[in-house]
Design a protein around this ligand. Sequence first.
Ligand code: AMP
Ligand code: ZN
Length: 117
Amino acid sequence: MDDCIFCKIVAGDIPAKKYYEDELMIVIADISPKAEKHYLAIPKKHYKLFSEMTEADAADLGKCIRKIGEIAPSLGLENGFRFIVNQGDDAEQTVFHLHMHLLGGQKLSTHSYKRDA
Ligand code: AMP
Ligand code: ZN
């Protein structure tokens, strides 16, 4: 998608430090961290919502999630992490390219996933 910031980061048109990359996803730090460690795991394929996914997308996302579990210790998330996917207006999704927030590096309060917490 031409006007999608995450597609541009995936393509390397906007520079970002990639903490992990494979054929399916990249992991970058969130520009506005909500925890000591706050990463975004971004599938390379552009789609906004779970409801837009094909079966193949679902299989790929499953592989990405499994990989996140594998690389979490190398991201400083060895004590655990919170996994969030915002979908649509009520969740205040702001970037319309599906991505997974990984929050950790500290004890997280129950509500620390909320934008204004
Ligand atoms: P969401 O509200 O779930 O759509 O999350 C979008 C996230 O992307 C927010 O937490 C932003 O801080 C983050 N973000 C936006 N632009 C960038 C960027 N250029 N690099 C890293 N993170 C970004
Ligand atoms: Zn995109």
